[in-house]
Design a protein around this ligand. Structure first.
Ligand SMILES: [Ca+2]
Ligand SMILES: [Ca+2]
Length: 559
């Protein structure tokens, strides 16, 4: 019975492979970014395509291939691989250590119902425990409705008479495993199963279509150019657009937002009378509400006249889509600024609907006001706010606005899926880029204990609990980082997934791709160098722009 089923599945697989070569091949690199190049990558991408896994961080496209499969995860892998619908919580829990409200409880119960597990003899399931390769053989053989082989084991390290001997042998007969080593032929029954290995076990056992995954293209040979799209602007420092909107909205530091459309420039909003501008002060941030097209709301960050305090305010577009009534302002937050510099500026919405806002350490130099490590103050942090109220977003790690502490002056950050990329301007030595999951609230980026990867103003320091940058450069090559974006446009396919950033003082533009662990495929782009590189920006379709404080905006295009 079983062999005919397998044959039918293989025929289906071949048919699918045939159609794939004719049409939509697997995208370079596949979906997960942290399994690229892993020997198990085709199987990992295959189990995702088949709906067996969504990864360890679905929004961030992470699978965590280096992790060990827990018995809880195993239950979900098996139930989904069997093509079963997500089980609903059933009767009483079989195991004393499986909390009925845990995500995996229904999966574990389903395994019991299907006769795939009976747990341990003490009545536990040990959901957090690793799955050994011996246990994996049992899970898979039972899930396939197979029984143990009556043949002697072929593996030198599988003891004759061991409870798993026939199960492992059957696994080999079905060509689901070829062991962990060939000379001598071993199975390594006691070893924990890695999440990457698990993918191959599952894909082979359940005949999932496994396709080669082409490597992501390198950008080392790619050519880019910049074309001027607007000039004569007054100290432009940012550019953005609502999703799908063909207009460009350029923020001018003195307090205006200009629309650039069809080669013409007009004023969208003018709050220059409210804004204290100059140096690092001014209108320094803009974020459109994710539902801007329907609700007309957007948010700004500016230094107010008089005391220079930071103001985060909401505005509403008027009946004229190209004009805002300055009287529509609703102030969400006022933050006292003890010095004129390090005001932060960036505003952006996360996929969680929260409003993220950058605040510097209060200014001066060397964190004079001791705000970097003070989680009781919004200064020196990336804050997370409820845009409806301006209050701290629910679930913030310190019960206030602070989401990521330990930053010095995060002038520009961006959000890509579930990740934030922060360009944090350094003191006298190092400029840094931090990359962090939006789920990792409370991540402390170290300032002023650290500046980049080095101790600040000390020969040694305690870095326990601090998170270092994924990239940095010293002041011999740049003096003030301008954080950018991960390119997600369509005009430059080979650039997709790469993060572009630059240096305000030196004017160069660099890029890298973050692979979930570190940076890869890094380079600089001489053709994009721009003086007074104040900001990058994205239009409503994900194409990228460079904003020069001198008054010009450039679009990045294929070279
Ligand atoms: Ca991949
Ligand atoms: Ca840092």
């Amino acid at each position: 019975m079983r062999s005919s089923v397998r044959l039918a599945s293989i025929v289906t697989v071949l048919a699918m492979v045939g159609s794939v070569t004719a049409g939509a091949a697997t995208a370079p690199g596949g979906t997960f970014i942290d399994d690229d190049g892993n020997v198990h990558e085709p199987a990992i991408e295959a189990i995702r395509t088949a709906g067996v896994t969504t990864g360890c961080d679905p929004v961030g496209d992470l699978y965590c291939p280096g992790g060990v499969v827990t018995r809880a995860q195993m239950s979900a892998f098996i139930v989904r691989a069997l093509g079963e619908p997500n089980p609903s919580p059933s009767s009483s829990g079989t195991f004393s250590d499986v909390d009925g409200s845990a995500w995996y409880a229904p999966f574990v119960e389903r395994l019991v119902e299907l006769g795939i597990t009976t747990g341990y003899t003490d009545g536990t399931y040990r959901p957090d425990g690793p799955v050994s390769r011996a246990e994996m053989a049992a899970f898979v053989i039972r899930a396939l409705g197979e029984s143990a082989s009556d043949q002697p084991t072929r593996f030198s390290d599988v003891e004759s008479g061991a409870w798993y001997e026939g199960l492992v042998e059957r696994l080999a007969e079905l060509e689901i495993t070829s062991g962990c080593d060939v000379s001598p032929l071993r199975y390594c029954p006691a070893d924990p199963v890695g999440r990457d290995q698990m993918a191959s076990f599952v894909a082979r056992a359940f005949d999932l279509p496994i396709e080669a995954v082409p490597a992501r293209p390198s950008v080392q040979g790619l050519s880019l150019a910049k074309v001027e799209v607007a000039s004569g602007l007054s100290s432009p420092i940012f550019l953005d657009a609502p999703s799908g909107d063909s207009r460009l909205f350029v923020v001018e530091q003195p307090g205006r937002i200009k629309i650039v459309a069809d080669g013409a420039t007009s004023t969208f909003l003018d709050i220059s009378s409210k804004v204290l501008s100059g140096g690092e002060r001014g209108l320094i941030g803009l974020a459109f509400h994710p539902d801007y097209t329907s609700n007309g709301l957007f948010y700004v960050h500016y230094s107010r006249t008089g005391d220079g305090a930071g103001v985060i305010a909401e505005y509403h577009v008027s009946a004229d889509p190209n004009l805002v009534d300055p009287g529509s302002e609703r102030i969400l937050k006022i933050v006292a600024q003890p010095a004129s510099n390090h005001n932060g500026g960036m505003l952006a919405f996360g996929p969680d609907g929260h409003l993220y806002a950058a605040f510097g350490d209060g200014g001066g130099g060397g964190d004079r006001y001791r705000n970097g490590q003070n989680t009781a103050t919004i200064l020196g942090s990336i804050a997370r706010l409820d845009p409806a109220t301006g209050n701290p977003a629910p679930g913030n790690p310190f019960g206030n606005e602070v989401y990521y502490p330990g930053v010095r002056n995060p002038w520009r950050f961006s959000i890509d899926g579930n990740r934030m990329y922060i360009g944090d301007v350094g003191q006298n030595a190092r400029e840094e880029i931090d990359v962090v999951s939006l789920f990792a609230g409370g991540t402390n980026f170290g300032w002023p204990i650290t500046e980049g990867t080095s101790c600040y103003a000390a020969s040694s320091c305690n870095t326990a609990g601090l998170t270092g940058p994924v990239a940095e450069y010293t002041h011999s090559v740049g003096r003030s980082i301008t954080g950018g974006y991960v390119y997600r446009g369509s005009a430059i396919p080979d650039l997709v997934g790469h993060y572009l950033y630059g240096d305000f003082v030196f004017g160069w533009v660099g890029s890298f791709r973050y692979d979930g662990t570190g940076t890869v495929d890094s380079r600089t782009w001489a053709s994009l160098a721009t003086s007074s590189l104040a900001s990058f920006g994205t239009d409503g379709f994900g194409e990228m722009y460079i904003v020069s404080l001198g008054g010009t905006v450039y679009k990045i295009v294929p070279g």
